[in-house]
Design a protein around this ligand. Structure first.
Ligand code: FES
Length: 124
């Protein structure tokens, strides 16, 4: 069971503008898409660690600000012709509060996953 960490108010999170969230040693990019859903992914591009919260958002994708890799915000998957993935974090919304669910709060760093795993978001 993960720990719910409050990060911000839903009403204060702009649409299509990434927000950097630091939880312990974890650097997470939070996005509210134009459909109103909120997603959290690791804030580090698997190419050369570009800051994804500063990238341009288009639909359900973010373009890394450094070399323009296209990365899925929902599933963390890097789109072809590039490859790889970033970790995703479940998000919970209760009333106006946004929480990120962290399974391993004590671990020092985010490890790149061995393979891309869809991490279901709870913010229906
Ligand atoms: S660091 Fe993200 S595309 Fe190069």
């Amino acid at each position: 069971m993960g720990k719910n960490v409050f990060v911000t108010k839903y009403s204060q999170l702009p649409v299509n503008l990434g927000k950097t969230v630091l939880i312990g040693e974890k650097n997470i990019a939070l996005f509210k898409l134009s459909n109103g859903k909120v997603y959290a992914i690791e804030n580090r591009c698997p190419h050369r660690e570009g800051v994804l919260a500063e990238g341009m958002i288009s639909g359900e994708y973010v373009f890394c600000p450094m070399h323009n890799w296209k990365i899925g915000i929902v599933d963390g998957v890097v789109q072809e012709p590039d490859e790889g993935c970033v970790r995703t974090f479940p998000v919970k919304i209760q009333n106006d509060d946004i929480f990120i669910v962290i399974e391993d709060l004590d671990s020092q760093s985010i490890k790149y996953p061995d393979k891309c795993v869809y991490n279901e978001s709870f913010n229906e």
